[in-house]
Design a binder for this molecule. Structure first.
Ligand code: NDP
Ligand code: HSE
Length: 594
């Protein structure tokens, strides 16, 4: 949730519209959530406007017609909008599972006004301030498309009306763009299913779009976009390409021909199993090899759709394009990570211990072998904090980063506040898939130190090994201190921070702190992670779910999809380690701890 705390406005805003062609069954909400997450991790706030599940509007019209033969359009409109209301709630649930902070709003909660015929109305206004205020605590606002509040009750906007909702939101909220997500990769000169000569367009003007899109984009929506100079993008889920509809000359563009990538997954625990589930949900894009585990038989019994092996060589057989490291530890995982890059595979790692130890070496290997190294999940779980640091670092100096970056400790403190004993809270964190294989890594601050070390490299361009970072352990808390903090109405948090000192050094440490209730970290619950990134002129915050299967798998999958998109757009390159402006600060080639 990148939020400029000083300006209180989104850094970047886009409207994404998900139509029935991409919401055909409940599983599709997870796919839509990936699409939304990839925009939020680019630092955008998102308004996601959704249609009903495919077929739902038709069946509501049919049942309405049966029950109330000859009934009023006003009542039918009241009935059929339920498809969009249900869809918005499902979208909210999918985002919640993925750990993307979001708010689902009904039209009356946004004062979304409409006028006209009950089944073919137009939108006339929106309380933009009320909508934007939700971005203070959410990355994403989910809104049902297709209807608004008329003078005498809800009215619908005609077939394809969710396109119109999206275009109007974009105009009224001052969004940077509106992207209509369809089951095709853009607008063609003719129906590509019927005419093999049809050409995919990169861009075209509004009038041409109204002619050739044949209902792909609602005509009323194109008309309103033209009136208000809204640029419409039409794209497929996960695609790097889009057709732009704007006041532009017609121009043809490339057709998307996805390369099916072979993926090897190392580990099928909390994280690896989530990643495999996402990969299996995209059979057209990914082919999954045997998954590396210690006990293949046990896993095969629980996941018969997958193949398992305990032999790393077998897991890497078949020249996989991408290897996902989700096994943990620093022995086999460390050497395998290097082997993977050396042998010319892309590496996506969730293993912060290995990344913190070997970041430079892994980047060198990636560069030498022309492969990508990605590790978004290693810090913040599903919270895209490294991406935000890179984004802000490109804009100016970062002075400090502080954060609650261990979900297990945050969860345990919350449990202890409710009177649960430490040992029980630790067991529960393990059961929920938050804790490291050895949970003392979480409690002693070592996991946070690994993450801080990676953050320091991104924020300041400095290498500071995790073992150079002083850590206070949760185990060192005395019963007296716990009691005193509770009596004062404070809350314990494990806070990791790093900052640049006046003389150009980097100081870093992990502490257990007692925070007042109004502190931005005090409200983080369960496995929540939160970060404050200070710059000379402003402080930016980001928070979300920092641990657990689905938020972490979301970040890993987003890395995988980035590589897939790079293949499609021809942008594949060895990822250079971000050169931040601060890396120019003198005497910062090695950090020191105060
Ligand atoms: P788990 O312990 O749940 O899963 C580890 C998996 O790796 C298991 O399937 C295990 O096999 C397999 N494995 C481990 N060692 C070996 C080995 N020597 N040979 C073969 N297979 C092995 O870990 P998580 O999924 O929780 O974490 C994985 C990585 O992701 C870690 O680096 C962790 O720090 C990181 N991470 C975890 C997050 C979380 O919330 N859990 C969040 C962000 C990052 P078997 O099941 O047979 O034992
Ligand atoms: N054990 C880690 C935590 C997993 O609790 O934060 C996420 O990195």
């Amino acid at each position: 949730m990148p939020l400029d705390l000083d300006a209180r406005k989104p850094l970047k805003l886009c409207v994404l519209k998900f139509g029935s062609s991409v919401l055909q069954k409940p599983d599709d909400y997870a796919r839509a959530a990936h699409e939304i997450y990839r925009h939020t991790r680019n630092g955008e706030k998102v308004v996601a406007v959704v249609s009903a599940l495919e077929g739902e509007t038709d069946s509501l019209f049919a049942v309405g017609g049966d029950v109330g033969e000859g009934c009023s359009d006003a009542l039918l409109a009241r009935l059929v909008r339920c498809g969009e209301l249900k869809s918005a709630a499902l979208m909210g649930l999918a985002l919640q599972r993925s750990g993307v902070p979001s708010a689902v709003l009904d039209p009356h909660e946004m004062d979304l006004q409409a006028e006209g015929e009950a089944l073919d109305a137009n939108l006339t206004g929106l309380d933009a301030d009320r909508v934007l205020a939700h971005f203070e605590s959410a990355d994403v606002i989910v809104a049902p498309g297709f209807f608004g509040e008329g003078v005498e009750g809800p009215v619908t906007l005609g077939r394809g009306g969710t396109d119109l909702t999206a275009v109007e939101f974009s105009h009224w909220l001052g969004a940077d763009r509106v992207r209509l997500i369809k089951d095709v990769d853009g607008v063609y000169t003719d129906d590509p299913a019927k005419n093999p000569e049809a050409v995919r367009l990169d861009q075209l003007d509004y009038d041409e779009a109204a002619k050739v899109s044949r209902g792909l984009v609602q005509e009323k929506a194109i008309f309103r976009a033209k009136q208000n100079n809204v640029v419409i993008e039409v794209a497929a889920l996960g695609s790097p390409f889009a057709t732009r509809i704007a006041a532009v000359e017609k121009q043809a563009g490339p057709v998307e021909t996805p390369k099916r990538l072979r993926v090897a997954v190392l580990g099928h625990g909390a994280v690896g199993a989530g990643v495999c589930s996402h990969l299996l949900a995209h059979p057209g894009r990914f082919e999954l090899g045997p998954v590396l585990v210690r006990d293949p038989d046990q896993h095969a019994a629980n996941a018969p759709e997958l193949r398992f092996t305990s032999d790393p060589a077998e897991a890497l057989e078949g020249n996989p394009d991408i290897v996902v490291e989700a096994m943990g530890g620093t022995d086999i995982a460390r050497s395998l990570s290097q082997t993977v890059l050396r042998e010319g595979h892309h590496l996506v790692s969730a293993n912060k211990a290995v990344v913190a130890l070997d970041l430079e070496r892994l980047h060198d290997l990636a560069r030498q072998h022309g492969r990508e190294l990605k590790y978004s999940a290693a810090v913040g779980g599903g919270v895209p904090v490294l991406e935000l640091i890179d984004l802000l670092g490109a804009q100016g100096s970062i002075l400090s980063v502080e954060g609650v970056m261990n979900g297990t400790c945050n969860f345990i403190f919350g449990q202890m506040q409710k009177g649960v004993r430490l040992a029980e809270a630790v067991s529960e964190a393990q059961r929920l898939g938050f804790a490291e294989a050895d949970p003392s890594t979480d409690l002693d601050g070592l996991d946070a130190a690994d993450k801080l070390s990676i953050i320091i490299r991104h924020a300041f361009g400095v290498t500071l090994a995790p073992d150079q970072i002083a850590c206070e352990s949760l185990n060192d808390l005395s019963a007296q201190r716990i009691k005193a903090v509770q009596e004062q109405g404070l809350v314990f948090k494990q806070v990791a921070r790093c900052e640049v000192t006046a003389d150009g050094r980097v100081e870093a440490r992990v502490d257990i702190e007692a925070l007042p209730p109004e502190h931005p970290f005090a409200g983080l619950v369960n496995e929540g992670n939160g970060f404050l990134i200070r710059m000379p002129q402003r402080t930016v915050s980001v928070q979300g779910k920092g641990a657990g299967r689905w938020p972490t798998a979301e970040a890993v999958f987003a890395d995988i999809m980035d590589i897939q998109r790079a293949y499609l757009s021809g942008d594949l390159h060895a990822s250079p380690l971000q050169e931040t402006p601060l890396s120019r600060i003198p005497r910062m080639s090695s950090g020191q701890v105060a």
